[in-house]
Design a protein around this ligand. Structure first.
Ligand code: DCP
Ligand code: CA
Ligand code: CA
Length: 368
């Protein structure tokens, strides 16, 4: 019996996670040969705002996403800052999603540059998930001129860890039976859902590796991590029951960013907002969704969360209107009482949803 037949007998799924390498920066290097081989940062130019993406050359100096431009320049004096070109990134995003859909309809995009694919049954009858991952990487390279890394495994959690393992231009396969050992050898900061501060909290509790996490029982995890406990308990054992969801039924569409360092200046806030507008509007356009309510969420450095929303009597017409409402919601909050560590935007009251009976007129509605 082949490996694949074994997997089917065990009822296991075949999941691939694909993620583009240094996405925005690689697109800039592709389109401007002068940038190739050089340390490049997208965004954060002029010392204002934060770096959105850093080329692998820049990373050798310690430059990272979400780092303030001034810090990046200090680490790497020769760093070349370039402006983000979202149209170019969205075009690549469309191209790679078309590549994915040639192999399976079960594609769940997580952001412009990455997606989960369920290839338990693939459209071309290829059978081997590893082979499909290699074909996808080759097709992406041929069609976009860019490299992607892929992870292959039997659930989403492991596939995402695997795609990160051999970056850039890498492939990693975690086979049935290998998941628990793989996870337990890794630092928990590599786990999807555990950010830098989550990892700090875990370290204070004596948890650095997956093995440390696996040593804790569910009751202890619930005491310390609340509703996150079940996910962590399974993750530490290489278990993840979440299906790949190609068509989610949504009440809202949105996105948020946690910054590497808290931000408070007007220009940095507006640049962050512009980035989030682009990312969120791409999701809205991708899903062909319309909605009436725009919500801005900010988490202050003391972790307090504020949300401010504005509803129109009709759906938001286009990206410009969405951006203008978002900007107004932000400007109404300035100056901020504290720096913020996270900003997010959502569009809700989506078309097709039942309208709330008591809708405020075209005005501001405070959610918190
Ligand atoms: N991005 C952003 N702000 C962040 C993080 C990312 O605007 N704080 C954007 C720029 C990235 C893109 O999203 O190019 C994809 O993010 P990834 O986290 O996948 O990072 P990269 O693709 O840049 O690098 P990697 O090779 O590590 O995946
Ligand atoms: Ca990426
Ligand atoms: Ca990504």
């Amino acid at each position: 019996m082949t490996d694949e037949a074994d997997d089917e007998a065990a009822g296991l799924r075949k999941i691939i996670h694909v993620d583009m390498d240094a996405f925005f920066a690689s697109v800039e290097q592709r389109d401007n040969p002068e940038l190739r081989g050089k340390p490049v940062a997208v965004g954060g130019g002029g010392g204002r705002g934060v770096v959105a993406a850093a080329s692998y050359e820049a990373r050798q100096f310690g430059v990272r996403s979400a780092m303030p431009g001034v810090t990046a320049r200090r680490l790497c004096p020769d760093l070349v800052f370039v402006r983000a070109r979202f149209d170019a990134y969205q075009e690549v995003s469309r191209q790679i999603r078309a590549v994915f859909r040639a192999f399976t309809p079960h594609v769940e995009p997580l952001s412009l540059d990455e997606a989960y694919l369920d290839v338990t049954e693939d459209l071309q009858g290829i059978g081997s998930a590893t082979r499909i991952a290699e074909l996808i990487r080759a097709r992406i390279k041929a069609e976009t001129g860019l490299t992607a890394s892929a992870g292959v495994s039997y659930n989403k959690f492991l596939a995402k860890l695997a795609s990160d393992q051999n970056k850039p231009d890498g492939l990693c396969v975690i086979r049935p039976g290998e998941g628990a050992a793989f996870v337990q050898a890794l630092p928990v900061r590599r786990f999807h859902g555990i950010g830098p501060r989550g990892a700090e909290k875990m370290a204070r509790l004596g948890i650095v590796t997956g093995a440390d996490l696996a040593a804790k029982d569910l009751a202890w995890l619930r005491q310390n991590f609340g509703s996150f406990a079940d996910y962590l308990y399974r993750a530490a054992r290489g278990i993840d029951l979440r299906p790949v969801r190609a068509n989610r039924i949504r009440k809202s569409l949105g996105g948020e960013r946690t910054f590497g360092e808290d931000i408070s200046s007007g220009p940095a806030l507006r640049e962050a907002l512009d980035t989030i507008v682009e990312i969120v509007w791409d999701r809205i356009a991708e899903k062909d969704t319309k909605g009436r309510t725009v919500t801005l969420k900010m988490k202050y450095s003391d972790f307090q969360i504020v949300s401010r929303a504005r509803s129109l009597p009709r759906p938001v017409a286009d990206k410009r209107e969405f951006a203008a409402i978002a900007r107004q919601l932000l400007d109404d909050q300035l100056p901020l009482p504290l720096p913020i560590r996270l900003m997010g935007l959502t569009l809700s009251a989506l078309e097709g949803e039942a309208r709330e009976p008591e809708r405020p007129p075209d005005g501001q509605l405070s959610l918190l």
